[in-house]
Design a protein around this ligand. Structure first.
Ligand code: ADQ
Length: 464
């Protein structure tokens, strides 16, 4: 079988050091652990001089190949174009997409640098799978350099509606580059529809009944591959964690209250300010239930070099302090707010201990936390998932309590409903959600994408 080459912005160093929490890293780790192959990308290190030399390291079946980035490259490609243009625009935050006019050249330059360093590592019959918004031009650049391989791309974020996409000055360059892949994967049917709309109405291309897309003189295929979990792993972690000392300590500290948990990277797309306001509204309106619940919000900082992330962190600290100042008692506070990472097994235990989870992003490609919460539950006494309609996961987890995260009162009501929900209703909802989580797990996601890429129609071709 051909070797899998995964190209992603960030590669864990493979030396046992902790990689930053994030859905993409988690999914790729699981994918490569199963398939073996090469994982290529940025080391996460920024160096004073020019970009560093390629470093390679093998761990089990995975070879890690990483590059350090220069300060300028990091600033223009990563902090600038990727995270102050594409990330906010793809999450419908055009107001925060302040670097779209600048830094596109830096974005292309680093994509070229990656391609140049990757090419000598490729074997003839490798299959290349490029990930996420940082590397949209990668496939086109590799093709221009003569790579004849099958090259696929998966977008972990949403693809916004065409009228949002066209606010990015380089939108045509980006979409043309997407069409250079053999296969483009999206999280949801909505993202695929946005792509089709762009192809039809902006690019003047066509979408054929079998999913083939013709645009810019190219042919590619596009489809939906909703990312999933290594379910058994989370189930086992949830069960095992219940006896750990840290779980016991947390359970004791609850003093009989029900725990409601949130776990998110500290990112404005996750709707944390709105969530804190909903918690405040709940504490105000449902005063009689105040002493029945404790909220735990875990939010490890990410992208701290981007000013908007520092700002959201500052705002959340203020909100948490205000809520606890208003509703706390000398011996207990309603909201525990922690900015740190936890082991995945510990998180699974926290999920299992919780009566409900608040997963209320304003936009999210999928949201793996929603699925992890479901997988970690005790089948005999499962918790309730309160899930934003704007998370990709809502398409599959329709048995969750679905909310509009902008509607503070509705989220407060959903919290109340969750703590009052009968065991029978909780089990029924959980059963439906667990079926969906099991039905499309990480292996299915990986296998479906790679089967699509390696399938008979997988050879990239110029349209005639
Ligand atoms: P993220 O935006 O990072 O992922 P998500 O899908 O929820 O969002 O994944 C976060 C991951 O990090 C989860 O596996 C979670 O358990 C872990 N994590 C979060 N906080 C943690 C903490 N404090 N300690 C340890 N681990 C923590 C992006 C897209 C998503 C998409 C994924 C995968 O934005 O929409 O679902 O990629 O495609």
């Amino acid at each position: 079988m051909s070797r899998l080459v995964v190209v992603a912005n960030r590669v864990p160093l493979g030396d046992g050091s902790r990689s930053p929490p994030g859905g993409l890293a988690v999914a790729l780790q699981e994918t490569l652990a199963a398939e073996g192959g090469l994982w290529f990308g940025w080391s996460g290190r920024v160096v004073a001089g020019p970009a560093g030399e390629l470093q390679q390291r093998k761990a089990g079946a995975i070879t890690f190949a990483t590059l350090d980035l220069s300060r300028i490259d990091h600033g223009e490609y990563y902090t600038g174009f990727a995270n102050r243009c594409l990330w906010p625009a793809f999450h419908y935050r055009v107001d925060l997409a302040t670097d779209c006019g600048r830094n596109f050249d830096g974005y292309i330059r680093v994509n070229r640098l990656f391609a140049r360093k990757l090419l000598p590592l490729l074997d003839r019959d490798d299959d290349i799978w490029v990930h996420d918004y940082h590397l949209i031009p990668m496939g086109e650049i590799l093709r221009e350099a003569g790579a004849h391989h099958r090259i696929g791309f998966f977008l972990h974020t949403p693809l916004p509606a065409a009228e949002i996409l066209v606010t990015i000055p380089a939108h045509e360059r980006l979409m043309r580059a997407l069409c250079a892949y053999d296969l483009v994967g999206f999280q949801t049917a909505g993202d695929l529809r946005a792509f089709h709309d762009y192809v039809r109405y902006e690019a003047g291309g066509e979408v054929l009944a079998d999913g083939t897309v013709r645009a810019y003189g190219r042919i590619c295929r596009a489809d939906v591959f909703p990312i999933g979990l290594d379910v058994d792993n989370i189930v086992a972690a949830g069960e095992a964690a219940m006896d750990s000392p840290s779980l016991r300590r947390l359970r004791d500290s609850l003093q009989g209250r029900e725990m409601i948990i949130g776990v998110d990277r500290l990112d404005y797309s996750k709707g944390l300010i709105e969530r804190f306001r909903a918690i405040e509204t709940f504490l105000e309106i449902y005063a009689a239930s105040r002493n029945r619940v404790a909220f735990l919000q875990i939010a490890p900082p990410s992208r701290a070099e981007v000013p908007e992330y520092r700002e959201i962190r500052r705002q959340l600290e203020g909100e948490a302090g205000r809520i606890n100042g208003q509703f706390g008692e000398p011996d207990r506070v309603p909201l525990h707010y922690l900015n740190r990472s936890f082991r995945r097994t510990t998180l699974a235990g926290y999920f299992r201990l919780s009566r409900a989870a608040l997963v209320t992003p304003l936009r999210d490609g999928m949201n793996l936390v929603a699925k992890e919460f479901v997988a970690a539950q005790d089948a005999e006494d499962p918790g309730v998932l309160i899930l934003s309609r704007f998370a990709g996961a809502a398409r599959q987890l329709s048995a969750a309590v679905i909310v509009n995260p902008y509607d503070t009162r509705a989220v407060a009501d959903a919290i109340h409903r969750a703590i009052a929900m009968s065991g029978g209703e909780r089990k029924e909802r959980w059963g439906d959600m667990m079926k969906a989580v099991r039905g499309y797990d990480i292996a299915r996601w990986r296998n479906d994408f790679l089967a699509g890429l390696r399938g008979p129609a997988g050879a990239g071709a110029a349209a005639t």
